[in-house]
Ligand binder design. Structure first.
Ligand code: PMP
Length: 429
């Protein structure tokens, strides 16, 4: 990119009034270096930056854009809703329709509350779990991200079964002293934790398909053990499906693995690019929420009519016949094509996918845990990322993120990506 790039100008300007020039850290390209692209518009599988360069987009707003950008039906629904008023602070029928749809599509959810971000959804689910059980301790897994609520911004402690340390300044030790951080996919460790303190654990929260340490799938045994231990010890099992819900399949990871959590957090796809997220579960548990129960939670813009219109239209579009079959096949085709291109060039690389989510790893084997994922070749990833960017393909700007395919990524778009990757791998070899 030349120095007179508008992206450079905008980045310099942004940094004057916004910390790091961005409103969410990963957008800053800190991990990969270089100048973030400032996006001016998006359509289908593409977006365009301030210099007018077109990219095939594999982040899809980090998950929401599953039907492709600026889908005409979603845009129309938003325009129509906006014309009727932006926000009322009083209930609407649209919120009932959305709740009914979520409950129908995710059978473990009998009642649901709409919020505006995934962070709010998981934070509120956690509060509900603690309120309902009268217990304080929570279990999370290293490498899973559940939004930026204090007690969830925790990294593993120094030894087995030690409580965690804050991963962010400004989070008091006192706030995380109840958060136990365990290894993903480690059944024995989870059993040990429950054996020593099971009756004081309020909940286990997990990304059943992890997408915040690249893509890492849970093993069925891991999720099954979690379900059994929670049931036996009266703890609440929270599936954080903010990313994998409506992404790995219509019923989310819980349908894929056939496991019924007590509570589920949703976001991203259910807003179709607008701020809608949700948490829900068994009615008897959800009855603990204010205004009928003692667990408080609220939001000025919760169930916002314009956002709900985008979400409902998206939920309708993803139920068209064959939607997930096609999305899954296209994503698998991308993963296989990238892996083949790397193999031809002799680059140590592999790829994996589930539904419309994929992971690319600069290692010989697909990782199963945070530690294994961290062992990948980050320098090579960064070189790959920038070379692909030059080719007009935008992957997640960090080695630790999953990628996303939309229904608009057709054969031609995937083939163009693989052809670009073949040129890039040849240079990397
Ligand atoms: N949970 C998961 C699994 C997520 O991937 C994210 C966001 N990437 C969140 C929670 C937080 O959602 P939000 O950014 O909407 O607050």
């Amino acid at each position: 990119m030349t120095t007179d790039s508008l992206n450079n100008t905008l980045f310099a300007r942004a940094q004057k009034t916004t910390p790091g020039g961005v409103n969410s850290p990963v957008r800053a390209f800190k991990s990969v270096g270089g100048t973030p692209r400032f996006i001016t518009r998006a359509e289908g599988p593409y977006f365009w930056d301030a210099d007018g360069k077109r990219y095939i987009d594999y982040i899809g707003s980090w998950g929401p854009a599953i039907v492709g950008h600026a889908h005409p039906e979603v845009v129309k629904a938003v325009q129509d809703a906006a014309a009727r008023g932006l926000s009322f602070g009083a209930p609407t029928e649209g919120e009932i329709l959305m709740a009914e749809e979520i409950c129908r599509l995710v059978p473990s959810i009998e009642q649901v509350r709409l919020v505006s971000s995934g962070t709010e959804a998981t934070m509120s689910a956690l509060r509900l779990a603690r309120g309902a059980t009268g217990r304080d301790k929570i279990v999370k897994f290293e490498g899973c991200y559940h939004g930026h609520a204090d007690s969830l911004l925790v990294k593993a402690g120094s030894g087995l079964l030690t409580f965690g340390n804050p991963t962010s300044a400004g989070v008091p030790e006192d706030f995380v002293k109840h958060t136990l951080v365990l290894d993903y996919n480690n059944v024995a460790q989870l059993e040990d934790a429950f054996a020593s303190m099971g009756d004081t654990i309020a909940c286990v929260i997990v990304e059943p398909v992890a997408g915040n340490m690249n893509l890492i799938k849970a093993t069925p045994e891991f999720l099954r053990a979690m379900r059994d231990l929670c049931t036996r010890h009266g703890a609440i099992l929270i599936f954080d499906e903010v990313m994998c819900g409506f992404r790995v399949g219509l019923g989310g990871a819980q349908e894929l693995y056939d496991i019924v959590p007590d509570l589920t957090a949703l976001g991203k796809v259910i807003g179709g690019g607008m701020p809608v997220a949700a948490f829900g579960g068994r009615a008897e548990l959800m009855q603990n929420m204010a205004p009928i129960g003692a667990v408080y939670q609220a939001g000025t813009l919760s169930g916002n009519p314009v956002a709900v219109a985008a979400g409902m239209t998206t939920l309708r579009l993803i139920q068209e016949p064959g939607f997930y079959e096609k999305l899954t096949a296209q994503t698998a085709r991308l993963a296989a094509g990238l892996a083949q291109a790397a193999k031809e060039a002799g680059v140590s690389f592999c790829a994996d996918s589930v539904g419309g989510m994929f992971g690319i790893y600069f290692s010989d084997e697909v990782p199963g845990s945070y530690a294994e994922m961290m062992a990948g070749d980050k320098t090579r990833f960064n070189a790959f990322f920038h070379a692909m960017l030059d080719e007009g393909v935008y992957f997640a700007p960090a080695a630790f993120e999953a990628g996303f395919v939309s229904a608009q990524h057709d054969d031609a778009v995937i083939d163009e990506t693989i052809a670009a990757a073949r040129r890039v791998f040849a240079k990397l070899a």
